[in-house]
Design a protein around this ligand. Structure first.
Ligand code: ZN
Length: 346
């Protein structure tokens, strides 16, 4: 066998032994053509195609991919086409080849699974194989103007041609947990229906550094209860409350809660309070920030309630985490949102 084939087959065999499946992208990584951080760049929508990032020539890469397929077929592995979606909020499809070449795209996205696995093992392999990348939020060097609403944000979600504030990216109800306690981070993230990784670009090292994660506050609290001493849990909660109070417009919050109940008489009072609390916090909240919201404009109030219903009463967050594109996720839950609002008399 020529030298290249040897390297490709050795890498594939090693992956198969360790994980019971072989993804062509992982083979290219294992033979040193595709650094891990470059794969992340691509997943985050910062590179158009994998081909742009590979250190080997396109024809060499194509030959390696065909070798993987030949080897897999000869060894009775089961092919499974796998969707690759971006870590961006729109969860757009990712492209492997620069020109969108069909044969190459298929070679890349076909995973090869070990035959004869037990049901349980197969489930584990499927979960690992089809795991979508974490949603990513970036802390820019200077505040950035949101492409959707025109407001400035301290954290932004980057998509191919736009940058969105957390509100427009449907992430502004999440709280920040700084990196440092791996167990706490893991538990909070696991308990959170929707989560995102927060990165900052390190100019000197020309790469992104992980600052922490954004998670649901309830998930963070439950993780803190299992990981930290009671005194620390209380102190952290007090800190978050202090922070919230410092950014709060109490009059606006009360007026908004009243307006919500007036527009949606069936909406539970504590729920209206929660929406108003979130929305009335300066620096977050579509309604709270906009002039229309200040005037408690009907449409703006409705948007605030819809945002809350999406997160609390539908599968929207779970769909985003599974990698469903945002527009598609919104379409799927539109009826559910209407049903809840109708139930509240809105
Ligand atoms: Zn925005």
């Amino acid at each position: 066998m020529p030298k290249l084939e040897n390297r490709v087959v050795a890498a594939a065999e090693s992956l198969l032994t360790r994980t019971k499946f072989v993804a062509p992208l992982d083979v290219l990584g294992a033979i040193g053509w595709l650094p891990r951080n470059q794969v992340e760049r691509w997943q985050q929508g910062r590179a158009d195609s994998v081909e742009d990032l590979l250190t080997a020539k396109p024809e060499t890469v194509a030959a390696a991919l065909r070798t993987v397929r030949r080897w897999a077929e000869a060894n009775g592995l089961e092919p499974s086409e796998t969707a690759y979606v971006a870590a961006t909020r729109d969860r757009g499809p990712l492209r492997f080849s620069r020109a969108g070449d069909e044969e190459l795209e298929l070679l890349f996205r076909t995973h090869w699974v070990a035959p004869g696995l037990s049901e349980a093992r197969r489930g584990q392999v499927e979960a690992k194989r089809t795991k979508v990348p974490d949603l990513v939020v970036v802390e820019p060097a200077a505040p950035v103007v949101c492409s959707d609403c025109g407001d400035t944000g301290e954290l932004v979600v980057e998509e191919a041609d736009r940058q969105l504030c957390l509100t427009c990216a449907d992430l502004d109800h999440l709280v920040f947990l700084a990196a440092g306690n791996a167990t706490l981070t893991r538990r909070a993230t696991r308990a959170s229906g929707l989560s995102a990784v927060v990165l900052r670009f390190d100019r000197a090292r020309k790469r992104h550094r992980r600052l922490g994660v954004l998670v649901e506050e309830a998930a963070l609290e439950s993780a803190e209860r299992t990981c930290l001493a009671d005194a620390d849990v209380r102190e952290r909660r007090r800190e978050r409350d202090r922070e919230r109070r410092a950014h709060q417009d109490v009059d606006f919050r009360g007026a908004l809660a009243e307006r919500i109940v007036a527009m949606f008489p069936g909406c539970p009072a504590d729920r209206a309070e929660a929406v108003a609390l979130h929305t009335g916090t300066r620096g977050s909240g579509r309604v709270g920030r906009s002039a229309a919201g200040r005037a408690l404009d009907e449409r703006a109030v409705r948007l605030a309630v819809v945002a809350s219903v999406r997160h609390e009463d539908t599968d929207y967050d779970a769909a985003l985490m599974r990698g469903v594109p945002r527009d598609e996720a919104r379409r799927r839950i539109a009826d559910d949102v209407d049903r809840v609002l109708a139930g509240w008399g809105g």
